[in-house]
Design a protein around this ligand. Structure first.
Ligand code: TYM
Length: 334
């Protein structure tokens, strides 16, 4: 079977970008025949940005409840918390020892931090943790540990998957064919979902629309999306509009084509936003109800996560690490 794997960092409340970029395509993939899916909560990754334990725990619960509300079936897929599978860390070290430092210097997140420091006249690495620098190696371990073939993600993660291939290839070259080469799977209708201000929707820009915001909040947030000042009746440019891009990420091709015509015909921004709100709410409402019920049962969710990780370690993670330990010349612990 094809192995599909993806993770979400437990650093905040899941938003529409996470949903359309990763959760929706991943749940759909998990229902196709001949697919084995691996979906996890990336809490080791969260520690890079969040040093607030309560926030990591809250986010873990929220993201787990989100996956389940969106239709993930924990008895049909591998569903787990990253830190419940410590083999990920062991593999991270093996990959660290073959990862090129020069390649890591070019990772987007690290480079962005360096650029910001330069602009402020600081040392390149001021305030940059080794964790941020190593981020792509940890992510490669997530992917390679389970020999994932396909990784459904938003566009911002493509570089990380290319790096995972690079580290995996080097390891294979040195120690034999242990790892499959993963590929990013990107939904072209979505690519990068814009946030309220038009930049990429992101926890770090504080411009997100929470996936399960109450209905009234959802409406308020959608009405606060930044637009140009064209008046009702004036033609509007769909291709540069955040409202249109968000609409496209949720609507069918026919609905999108009709909205494109409405833009050309000068739809008022208020009407376009109302249509966007209705379209999103139609899809999210039934999921929100499930979410609200799930989030009230943290013990139930915790039991699902622990059971998933326990079975996954026994079935794949531990045997794989034992083989890798032997491959690199360490003692097999089994
Ligand atoms: P994270 O937590 O930032 O985002 C989770 C997923 O949501 C996608 N995404 C978006 N897609 C479209 N438009 C947006 N505005 C948007 N914002 C976020 C992301 O592309 C991602 O797919 N490093 C990862 C987590 C991770 C992972 C992995 C992913 C850790 N290990 C292994 C895949 C495989 C991250 O921080 O995603």
């Amino acid at each position: 079977p094809t192995r599909v794997l993806t993770g979400i960092t437990t650093s905040g409340t899941p938003h529409l970008g996470n949903y359309v970029g990763a959760i929706r395509p991943a749940v759909a993939a998990s229902r196709t025949p001949n697919v084995e899916s691996f979906y996890f909560l990336a809490d080791y990754h969260a520690l890079i940005k969040v040093q607030d334990p309560a926030r990591v725990q809250r986010s873990t619960l929220e993201i787990a409840a989100t996956w389940l509300a969106c239709g993930l079936e924990p008895d049909k897929v591998w569903f787990y918390r990253q830190s419940d599978v410590p083999e990920v860390q062991e593999l991270t070290w093996f990959l660290t020892c073959v990862a090129g430092k020069g390649l890591l210097n070019r990772a987007h997140a690290y480079k962005a931090a360096v650029d910001k420091n330069r602009e402020a006249g600081e040392d390149d690495d001021a305030g940059v943790s080794a964790g941020l620098f190593m981020y792509p190696v940890l992510m490669a371990a997530d992917i390679l540990l389970f020999n994932a073939n396909q990784v459904p993600v938003g566009r911002d993660q493509i570089q990380h998957i290319e790096m995972a291939r690079d580290f995996g290839q080097r390891f294979n070259h040195l120690y034999g064919e242990h790892f499959a080469m993963p590929e990013a799977v990107i939904d072209e209708n979505v690519a990068t979902l814009p946030g309220l201000d038009g930049r990429k929707m992101s926890k770090s820009y504080d411009n997100t629309i929470p996936l399960f915001a109450p209905r009234e909040t959802l409406k308020k947030l959608i009405y606060s999306i930044v637009t140009d000042s064209r008046a009702p009746g004036e033609a509007k440019d769909a291709d540069t509009s955040n409202v249109f891009q968000l609409y496209q990420a949720f609507a069918s091709n026919e609905e999108t084509a009709a909205m494109r015509r409405a833009f050309a015909d000068g739809i008022a921004w208020g009407d376009a936003k109302q249509a966007l709100f209705e379209r999103i709410d139609r899809e999210i409402s039934p999921l929100r109800e499930k979410y609200d019920a799930l989030i009230a049962q943290p013990a139930h969710i915790e039991a699902i996560l622990r059971d998933g990780a326990r079975r996954l370690r026994e079935r794949y993670a531990r045997p794989t690490l034992d083989a890798l330990r032997s491959a690199v010349g360490l003692r097999d612990l089994s």
